[in-house]
Design a protein around this ligand. Sequence first.
Ligand SMILES: [Zn+2]
Ligand SMILES: [Zn+2]
Length: 286
Amino acid sequence: MDNRSRRIDLHLHTTHSDGSLPPAEVLALAQKAGVSALAITDHDILDGIPEAMEAGARLGIEVIPGIEISSRYEDAELHILGYYVDWKDPELQSRLTQLRASRHRRNPLIVAKLNELGLALTYQEVQELAGTESVGRPHIARVLMEKGYVQSAKEAFTRYLADGAPAYVPRELPGPAEAIAWIRAARGVPVLAHPVWAKQNEAGLLRLCEELKAHGLMGIEVHYSTHKPQQTADYLNIAKRLDLLITGGSDFHGVTKPDIEVGIGRGNLKVPEKLLEPLKKAAAAF
Ligand SMILES: [Zn+2]
Ligand SMILES: [Zn+2]
């Protein structure tokens, strides 16, 4: 394949969190899509990285160790991606274990609310389907799909699981400054994921990124499957004004987001390979 046409994908989920495919299968799809480098960024867990690296070595795809940590900022949930984290770092591992414990406290409460609404399922069924320590709402959505209560994960969220829906239970989350500090402590590069979630206009987001940069934020996810062209342009502008690294990825999950493909999102995503070098340099500077 022509080098100039190669793409990267720095935001992917596997069965180690709420994705539906194991790392090796995600890598196989990446190869088909012409992806030269990718980052596995499972929620609150690093367990998928060794398998991804092994598959990457076999397929000639560079694998960047990554993580995605959820945080709360006012009424919004901000996700912080961490690239080139030292995935064996015991301090980061123990923080992630605590984050997963907060998921295990929350999930049974969601299941209890669903039971009250007349839907028959148990948390054990959810855990069995998930088969990982990082259990989340998308796994609950999949159980609801399998039982025929909903047709899609999207419907499960809209009717039951989303913020404001009848089975919603808030989760204890760190602040974004904490998530950034944890990633930096493990020598990773912290990046604000899908900035559209911040629920800010361009000026508000600029201020927010400025504040997070003071806490150690180093980049912003400019390219993303569901960003509209104007949003991509706005985020690019913010990255340039604040001298933040530019990243991008599909946020592939498999069956829970069936319209999003590895490397190409909804068909409109192409994260250029040239974005990798500055990211790598930033990580190497630690
Ligand atoms: Zn996210
Ligand atoms: Zn994600």
